[in-house]
Structures are given as structure tokens and as C-alpha cells.
Ligand binder design. Structure first.
Ligand SMILES: Nc1nc2c(ncn2[C@@H]2O[C@H](COP(=O)(O)OP(=O)(O)O)[C@@H](O)[C@H]2O)c(=O)[nH]1
Ligand SMILES: [Mg+2]
Ligand SMILES: [Zn+2]
Length: 288
């Protein structure tokens, strides 16, 4: 019995990767295909050619189904216009799952410095920011290979920012379908199935379909607060333990003081207030 990770699942067959090789296997009958996710660690019986057992998951995403993700590249571009509310929601989701986020600004060939500066001002203290153009193999591989090395990462973000183009750029042998920007500038969804690609340096990378809407359905107001890492530098100094950093007076809230002193990004704080209030409303509907 050896341990391996599922990198592709199609029609009841699994491609799994062990430390030394890639195998194509069937699932044991008792293991229904839909219970195994791409990214799952499994025990396999090489002689029988079957996946025997699912090993515990570190985390999982449902849309698309992916397990044991370590890092998420949140891709942004000058076109389509960055949706920073979506970025904030994704950051909350990934922080809560223990997935390291990295912001990748793509299409730097057509990106103004103002856009780069704005994104850096809002997110530079929260996560690593990489600048690339998927049209330029040298820049993309030089910048991203060290970031991706040794980890399982996913490409995520709005439609048409260039996620699939980045994958294709890093893996010239693989050419997945990319989408032209539609006339309304929202892009098409062209990525439909999950597959983990293994880069030359052993890094594992999966594309995901872009979304133009993503909701934090199962987050309580407290969960939202907990996933703002920049608050944690200050919140121990708030007067009340359960401070929500919104309704308390500035004298009593260290996060609000940090905001006033420019130590916390104002636009990001304003979106936090919106997300917090949405979660409060949702809770009221559920609990009355
Ligand atoms: N100018 C420019 N266009 C790019 C770049 N990367 C991707 N694109 C274009 O952006 C469009 C959307 O790309 P795609 O990879 O399908 O985006 P996805 O929806 O995020 O997967 C396509 O027309 C690509 O050719 C880039 O670095 N620079
Ligand atoms: Mg795509
Ligand atoms: Zn506070």
C-alpha cells in the first residue's frame, strides 16, 4: 500500500501521483467516485490497481471540488476592472481554511502603475503580491516558479483575468482553452473540470473557473472579523474582548485608531463593514 494524491478524476478513473510516479487507477467499489476529490490523499494498492482508502483532508473547496489546497493565487488584472470586494471575500475564505493567499496582478503589459499602487496599498501588508504577464514566459516563470515550488496551489479570481493563460504559460505542453473578453467586459467561463498539473519543479497547480459572484454563505459576523489578519496586530488592545471594531467608540477600539492613523487600509475596512453587516443580517434572518 502506498500513499498518493489524486491529480485527475475522469469517468471512474483516477490519476494519482506518489513521490515517484503517476498511476492510473480505478476506485474500489465501496469508494464512490463523487466522494473523492482531486487533491485528496489516498492509499492505493498498486498491484490491484485500485484506490483503497481516502486519507483525512486538511481542507476542501466545493466549487470546484478540490482538497488539500495549500495556496491560492488570486489573479487580478487591469481588465476586467478589479473587484476588490470579491478579493476580500476570497481572502476571508482562504484564511479561514488555512490556505495561503497570493495576489497575482496579471496583464502588466497593459497595466498602469496607478492600479498596481492601489492594489499594493490595500493588500501589501496582508499577502505577497506578484506582477506578471501571461504573455511573457520569462517573467511569469521567474516570478511564479519560486512561489509555487513545493506546494499545491490553485488559480482563482474573476473571469477573464488570465488564470488559464497563466497555466498555459507555465506549461507550454498543455494548452487549455482561454476566453476572449466578452463585449460587456465580464469574460466567459471556459474552465470546466478539475485537474492538477505538475510543473517541472514539482509544483502542483490547478485552474478554477472564474466567478463574477461569490458569497460567504456560511460565515458568521465573528468568523468575518477573525479572518482579517491586519486587525490582529491591534485588536488585543481594544477595550472589549468581543469588539467588532465598528460600533465601539474610537477611544475603546484599537483597530479604529489604527485605521485613523492610516495603519489599516480604509477602503478595505469599509468593505469589511459591508461584509460584517451582511453577515449580521443573515444571522437575524436565521435566528430571528
Ligand atoms: N494583454 C494581456 N492579455 C492577457 C494576458 N493574460 C491573458 N490575457 C487575455 O485575457 C483573456 C482572458 O484570459 P483567460 O486565460 O481565458 O482568463 P480566465 O477566465 O481568468 O481563465 C484572453 O483573451 C487572454 O488572451 C496578459 O498578460 N496580457
Ligand atoms: Mg479560464
Ligand atoms: Zn476594536
Amino acid at each position: 500500500m502506498i500513499k498518493a494524491q489524486i491529480i485527475k478524476a475522469v469517468a471512474g478513473e483516477f490519476q494519482v501521483k506518489s513521490d515517484t510516479k503517476v498511476l492510473t487507477l480505478k476506485g474500489r467499489k465501496k469508494l464512490k467516485e463523487d466522494k473523492l476529490y482531486v487533491g485528496d490523499f489516498v492509499e492505493v494498492d498498486e498491484d490491484l490497481g485500485v484506490v483503497e482508502r481516502l486519507l483525512p483532508r486538511r481542507n476542501f473547496l466545493i466549487r470546484p471540488p478540490l482538497a488539500n489546497v495549500e495556496q491560492a493565487l488570486i489573479v487580478l488584472a487591469p481588465i476586467p476592472k478589479p473587484d476588490l470586494m470579491l478579493v476580500d471575500k476570497l481572502l476571508i475564505k482562504f484564511f479561514s481554511l488555512g490556505i495561503t493567499p497570493v495576489i497575482v496582478i496579471n496583464k502588466i503589459d497593459i497595466c498602469s502603475t496607478a492600479v498596481i499602487e492601489e492594489i499594493t496599498a490595500q493588500y501589501g501588508k496582508i499577502c505577497q503580491i506578484c506582477l506578471i504577464s501571461a504573455l511573457d514566459y520569462n517573467t511569469t516563470s521567474t516570478v511564479l516558479n519560486p512561489v509555487l515550488s513545493g506546494k499545491f496551489s490553485i488559480l482563482t479570481g474573476q473571469s477573464a483575468v488570465g488564470k488559464t493563460s497563466i497555466l498555459n504559460c507555465l506549461l507550454p505542453d498543455v494548452q487549455m482553452e482561454t476566453g476572449e473578453l466578452s463585449r460587456i467586459g465580464r469574460g466567459r467561463n471556459t474552465t470546466r473540470h478539475s485537474e492538477i498539473f505538475v510543473l517541472e519543479n514539482g509544483a502542483m497547480l490547478a485552474d478554477t473557473p472564474g466567478f463574477n459572484a461569490f458569497e460567504l454563505d456560511d460565515f458568521s459576523p465573528e468568523n468575518i472579523i477573525d479572518n482579517y489578519p491586519e486587525f490582529k496586530d491591534f485588536s488585543p488592545n481594544c477595550k472589549y474582548n468581543n469588539c467588532n471594531h465598528i460600533s465601539e467608540k474610537i477611544e475603546d477600539c484599537a483597530v479604529k485608531r489604527a485605521l485613523a492613523e492610516g495603519k489599516i487600509s480604509k477602503p478595505r475596512y469599509e468593505r469589511f463593514v459591508q461584509l460584517f453587516n451582511t453577515a449580521v443580517e443573515k444571522e437575524k434572518k436565521i435566528y430571528g
